[in-house]
Design a protein. Structure first.
Length: 322
């Protein structure tokens, strides 16, 4: 995608797509009301899933929307609905770079033409179902650690794993001074205790029972890999920066390996954003509900332009600027 940044100068732009935590009841409703193209995408999703995902996004209830099985398809569809509106209204297409955070990586792959909308939705649904199953088989937890060096958090996780004999690791390298750790509850508690003893000022236990991006997801990796392998894919039309390597996924084999490995490997978001900026990206457009990624990008690279687009007002603001 080529975007405009002040004085009409063309700049290299990256589209980024959010993951779990960005969902909210009401997301996408005003877009579907204002733009037939968004309404049609929700309708296609409802038909493919066999239930009204649009009602869940627009009306809730919140507890059902926050169930991993529903959250992942809801974010995928809502983000792609925003993208379709942008393409129609602003003639914007993802021809620079794209990336997504965790679940958002699958949205980015669909945006880059790797999977059809329906095929991607089927894979996202399988991912949500299997991650929930893994959480039931191997309950765990996650916690955000703020204002600590990554190396100190890594050391605490390794030591906690050694002492408890159970896994805990960094799941998300979100931005400098902000990581999320994930794993078995005993190991997680031990790591938190160690970090607090080292002077950690803010550690926020997340309200989840799934230890995403940790070894506790390993029990479903084989089944998810089968779902990935069964999903028709083609080479991306746009460079897609992967979560594991923080580098472009060059072909279908790379993409399949990335998606299967992503369940147990950390999301290297900081490195991904830094690499994109090194390649000349000057503007990031977060496509989907909320502004979580926009805020992270701004912390990682304060000098780039960041826009978060997820509702009618933000779409119209971006269209007016373009």
């Amino acid at each position: 995608m080529r975007g405009r940044l002040g004085m009409g100068r063309m700049v290299k732009t990256a589209l980024v797509f959010p993951g779990q935590g960005s969902q909210r009841v009401g997301m996408g409703r005003d877009l579907a009301e204002a733009y037939p193209i968004a309404r049609e995408l929700y309708s296609r999703a409802n038909d493919a899933l066999g239930y009204s995902l649009s009602d869940l996004c627009f009306e809730g209830p919140e507890a059902a929307l926050n169930d991993t099985v529903n959250t992942q398809p809801a974010l995928y569809v809502t983000s792609l609905a925003v993208l379709e509106v942008l393409r129609a209204e602003a003639e914007m297409a993802p021809v620079g770079m794209v990336a997504g955070h965790s679940l958002g990586e699958l949205t980015a792959l669909a945006a880059a033409g790797v999977m059809s909308f329906e095929d991607g939705l089927g894979l996202v649904r399988a991912r949500g179902r299997l991650m929930k199953l893994a959480g039931e088989q191997n309950p765990g937890g996650m916690a955000a650690v703020l204002k600590m060096e990554d190396t100190e958090v890594e050391k605490a996780c390794r030591k906690a794993s050694e002492e408890t004999g159970k896994p805990v690791q960094i799941a998300n390298y979100n931005s400098p001074g902000q990581v999320v750790i994930s794993g078995d509850q005993d190991a997680l508690s031990k790591a938190i205790e160690m970090l607090r003893g080292q002077g950690a000022r803010r550690i926020i236990t997340l309200a989840v029972s799934i230890a995403a991006h940790s070894p506790l997801m390993a029990t479903v990796v084989q089944e998810f890999r089968a779902a990935v392998d069964a999903t028709p894919m083609r080479a991306p039309e746009t460079p897609v920066v992967g979560n594991i390597s923080a580098r472009p996924l060059l072909g279908v084999d790379d993409i399949r390996a990335e998606l299967a490995g992503q369940l147990t490997w950390p999301v290297r978001w900081t490195s991904s954003v830094e690499w994109m900026v090194e390649q000349g990206v000057e503007r990031f457009v977060e496509v989907g509900p909320g502004d979580v990624l926009g805020k992270l990008v701004a912390r990682i690279e304060p000098d780039v332009q960041v826009d978060s687009v997820g509702d009618v007002a933000s779409v119209r603001a971006l269209v007016a600027e373009a």
